[in-house]
Design a protein around this ligand. Structure first.
Ligand code: PMP
Length: 399
């Protein structure tokens, strides 16, 4: 009966958000959000997205019909072009419900492909990673384990450990890689390091499962941010690419994403698409439509695409500026420790190195909400709360 259901452990981030919402203190600050906030702390509808939405709704062909099982064809081609630099018939794509849906469908596909294998490959996930990665892959029936990427002392990427792990893993292993703006650490390999990894993946016949939820957020430039995928593609590494438009188009709740799988031939891609459609029909039938109409307008019109690029850069610039201003304040206050890792890290998050105890102090006593991992979302910072946050961090570190 329902009474016998064991309650699951609450999702840390959603639980923290509930605590923040319930807090009545006027100076409360949410440094946990995984959604972009503007300079006043409000959600931001990108001007390019607003314009494209109006165009979609004013179009004579506007409707809410179902998409086909594979999804919005024009969207899939434009989305592949954006993330892989090209579209061709040897790419198998599926329109999904956000990046989570893309990860899920990739996981379901892999499970299916290896269903008769006595030794299905392990799925390796970075330690740390987006908190949902292990769950999504395990939920699809995979075994998952971790690979190292982070040096806690130096508060930076531990490339050597990462590289050695990849080199020593069994051939044909599957690695989930963050294409850019690593969540939660903000630490990405350099282009040269990606090149080295790509070569190693090829040598070992590993499969790269790229999760790309932040294209544009690391450098402000959409193309620069997918260098990782481009170099793996040049090496001919087998890969799956999970793409999300939640962050870079600010269409979080509209659930827009895609899964792309470059194949050896158009015939192979057609078979993969066929299997993806078979699986998708049983999962959700078809993806949500509205956001794909909007994004297709943006990706296929020169003017709107240029507008969107500006919007993406606006978000990335604001986050980079907040990083810099926070570090400047901490240095000015001579807050004990070295804070330059915050500006070296990229994207929406900084792995501050603040301890769980310090984070709990900030939350409980200062009404500044961030998870025990010390992951700080730069989008929660504004010129209005920056000084209060810096002073509170200073106090937390000294006491
Ligand atoms: N992957 C990573 C690394 C993420 O950070 C997120 C969102 N927090 C996702 C996937 C999921 O994105 P979406 O909201 O599009 O499902």
């Amino acid at each position: 009966t329902y009474n016998e259901i064991e309650l699951s452990i609450p999702d840390t981030m959603f639980a923290l958000k509930a605590r923040y919402d319930a807090d009545k203190n006027g100076s409360k600050v949410n440094l946990a959000p995984g959604t972009y906030r503007d300079q006043d702390g409000n959600p931001w509808v990108l001007p390019s997205v607003r314009k494209a939405t109006q165009l979609v709704m004013n179009s004579p062909s506007y409707n809410h019909e179902y998409l086909g099982i594979q999804g919005h064809q024009e969207f899939l081609k434009a989305a592949a072009q954006l993330i892989l630099g090209k579209w061709s018939p040897d790419i198998a794509s599926l329109h999904t419900s956000g990046g989570t849906g893309a990860c899920h469908m990739g996981a379901v596909l892999l499970k299916r492909l290896f269903r008769n294998s006595p030794n299905p490959p392990s799925i390796y996930i970075s330690d740390p990673s987006w908190e949902n990665h292990h769950s999504v892959f395990r939920h699809a029936g995979h075994q998952t384990s971790s690979y190292p990427i982070y040096n806690t002392q130096a508060k930076s990427l531990d490339f050597k450990a990462m590289r050695n792990f990849v080199a020593q893993a069994d051939p044909n292993s599957i690695f989930v890689l963050h294409a850019c703006a690593h969540n939660p650490t903000g630490c990405d390999p350099s282009p040269e390091q990606w090149d080295e990894l790509a070569q190693l993946f090829k040598e070992k016949s590993h499969i790269a499962f790229f999760d790309c939820a932040y294209q544009g957020y690391a450098s402000g430039d959409l193309q620069e941010d997918v260098y990782s995928i481009a170099t793996f593609s040049r090496q001919g590494v087998q890969m799956l690419v999970a793409q999300s438009f939640s962050k870079n188009a600010g269409m979080y709740g509209e659930r827009l994403g895609a899964l792309h799988i470059p194949c050896d031939s158009a015939d192979a891609a057609a078979k993969v698409v066929d299997l993806l459609k078979y699986l998708n029909r049983r999962e959700v039938s078809t993806a949500p439509r509205f956001a794909s109409d909007i994004m297709t307008k943006i990706l296929t019109s020169n003017d709107l695409y240029e507008d969107w690029k500006v919007d993406v850069a606006t978000m990335a610039d604001r986050m980079a500026d907040m990083r810099k201003q926070l570090v400047d304040l901490l240095i000015r206050m001579k807050t004990p420790g070295d804070w330059n890792h915050i500006t070296a890290q990229k994207g929406m998050f900084s792995y501050t190195g603040l301890s769980a105890k310090q984070c709990e102090y900030l939350t409980e006593d200062c009404h500044i909400y961030l998870p025990p991992s010390g992951r700080l979302s730069l989008t929660g910072l504004t010129t209005h709360n920056l000084e209060y946050v810096a002073k509170s961090i200073d106090f937390a570190v000294r006491n």
